[in-house]
Design a protein around this ligand. Structure first.
Ligand code: ZN
Ligand code: ZN
Length: 275
């Protein structure tokens, strides 16, 4: 069972990172894997207002199951500890489809889906210090609070920080309210703490991973989920299989199991997982 996701993850990594450059005649249009908006408009970063005022923009709003419509929305100013982003590039993840088709038990409507994107900081709320207007960032559906009492952020084995998981699952920001509404004032829910299927979105500061200014957002947007998930699955499987130290009593466990059950394929993996 372990070989399928591992092979898939390695294939993904090879396709994204190791494939040789293709000639322009063979290159697929960027929209084949990511929507893209201009990073810099003719007059410069005129959309980076940095004022923190509410603004109107377009968003692909999921109003219900398989009911996705491009709609004008109002994006409120970021509050303390929040960041408003100009979304430049998006990739489509299976989880977006899973939610849109009504399979996600946490799915809410109306909402703005999308969680795999490249963006630029447009304005910041009070107390935000890790990013500034104009920074390129990857919105992360799993944040990193880096607080001293967060065992998940401190652990080298995981990064599943639960700091804002509760409100994120309810489609709101940590203060319990949404930053989106339709033109007629109806509230629109957030999705996975990212909601990147909009020209602008608001996320928590701890959900922003600052990246290099030279990064091509149409390519690195996939770091937000696909690449990270694939790499994590492959690395975790390899570490569990080959790197993690085995318990000192492994010989005794194997000895007992030898009497209890007949040998089965993948016995190493099972022993390791149960250790
Ligand atoms: Zn995803
Ligand atoms: Zn944390």
């Amino acid at each position: 069972m372990m070989r399928v996701p591992l092979a898939g993850a390695l294939a993904l990594g090879r396709a994204l990172a190791l494939a040789p450059a293709r000639s322009s005649s063979l290159r697929a249009p960027a929209r084949a894997f990511a929507s893209r908006m201009p990073e810099v408009e003719d007059a410069g970063l005129k959309w980076s207002t940095g004022t923190g005022a509410p603004l109107e923009c377009r968003a692909a709003v999921a109003f219900g199951v398989d009911d996705l419509r491009t709609t004008d929305v109002v994006v409120a100013a970021p509050k303390a500890g929040e960041v408003r982003l100009r979304v430049v590039a998006n990739a489509l993840c299976h989880t977006d489809i899973y939610t849109l088709e009504g399979s996600d038990p946490e799915g809410l409507f109306p909402s703005i889906l999308g969680h795999e994107a490249g963006a630029i900081v447009e304005s910041v709320g009070g107390g935000v210090t890790s990013v500034k207007v104009g920074d390129k960032v990857i919105p992360c559906y799993t944040p990193q609070c880096r607080e001293a009492d967060c065992i998940f952020c401190a652990s080298p084995k995981t990064n599943l920080c639960p700091k804002i998981r509760g409100t994120q699952g309810r489609g709101v920001m940590p203060d319990g309210t949404t930053r989106f509404k339709t033109a007629d004032g109806a509230p629109v829910a957030h999705f996975m703490g990212c909601s990147t299927f909009a020209e602008y979105t608001v996320v928590s500061e701890i959900s922003c991973a600052k990246i290099d200014d030279s990064a091509d957002l149409a390519k690195v947007c996939m770091l937000g989920c696909g690449v990270a998930t694939g790499w994590g699955a492959a690395w975790s499987a390899l570490r569990r299989r080959f790197i993690r130290p085995r318990p000192k009593n492994i010989a005794f466990i194997t000895f007992v199991r030898g009497f209890r059950t007949p040998p089965r394929p993948h016995s190493n993996a099972e022993t390791d997982a149960g250790a």
